[in-house]
Design a protein around this ligand. Structure first.
Ligand SMILES: CC(C)(COP(=O)(O)OP(=O)(O)OC[C@H]1O[C@@H](n2cnc3c(N)ncnc32)[C@H](O)[C@@H]1OP(=O)(O)O)[C@@H](O)C(=O)NCCC(=O)NCCS
Length: 183
């Protein structure tokens, strides 16, 4: 990795991937950029307690949390996450200053290995049709487009207002390699 670049250049050894704690939730609002997701993140956190979801964060030794990805293990949408074979990755994000240096790929590979160890066989995700950069990264990581998704959903923001999202997406999936006992 080029240590002379002006951008922050993470040495992957300086990164820890761990599950978010309740105390991390404010940091996941990314200095206010995602304050509107406050209630949704609190709900997802509750789902981690009942074993339906995982919230992963990437922590840099000095900079703190620089990336995140959430996983639904079991959801109402069986084709995305059925609690047994399929798990759904969402809210995958790396802070702008830390992008294009392998952090996203590192986190996705970690999540795939973790899901494989939990016995899951497929990872599913949605990528907005207007996000060719993420689509390219997912393809490089071995994901294939398996269909389309209307991408229409809603959530209640931090002020209690219903927000509607309309983001047509590709549904992608990847078959995982079974983990060996020694993993
Ligand atoms: C999508 C996202 C999470 C990817 O994170 P990232 O840390 O930039 O991912 P990576 O660095 O692993 O890969 C991104 C690119 O950098 C390249 N790259 C990786 N390591 C690199 C390095 N050391 N030097 C230069 N380029 C590198 C990768 O090859 C990849 O290239 P590509 O765009 O041609 O596919 C990030 O761009 C992001 O947060 N975007 C906004 C939110 C978003 O769109 N999320 C996805 C929703 S579906």
């Amino acid at each position: 990795m080029d240590q002379t670049a002006s951008k922050a250049t993470p040495d992957l050894d300086q990164l820890t991937i761990r599950q978010a704690t309740q105390a991390d939730l404010p940091a996941l609002e990314w200095d206010g950029a995602f304050i509107n997701y406050r209630r949704m993140y609190a709900d997802i956190y509750q789902n981690t307690k009942s074993g339906k979801a995982l919230m992963w964060v990437v922590e840099h030794l000095q900079a703190g949390i620089i990336g995140q990805a959430f996983v639904m293990l079991k959801s109402g949408e069986q084709s995305a996450a059925d609690g047994r074979q399929r798990a759904y990755v969402f809210s995958f994000r790396v802070k702008p200053a830390w992008r294009n240096q392998g952090v996203g790929a590192y986190l996705m590979r970690f999540i795939e290995a973790d899901l494989s160890q939990r016995g899951f066989q497929y990872v599913t995700l949605n990528v907005a049709k207007e996000n060719p950069g993420a689509l390219r990264l997912y393809r490089r990581l071995g994901y294939e487009v398996i269909g389309e998704h209307p991408g229409i959903w809603s959530y209640t923001d931090h002020k209690g207002r219903l927000r509607r999202v309309n983001e047509p997406a590709w549904r992608m999936a990847k078959k995982l390699n079974p983990s060996s006992q020694s993993d």
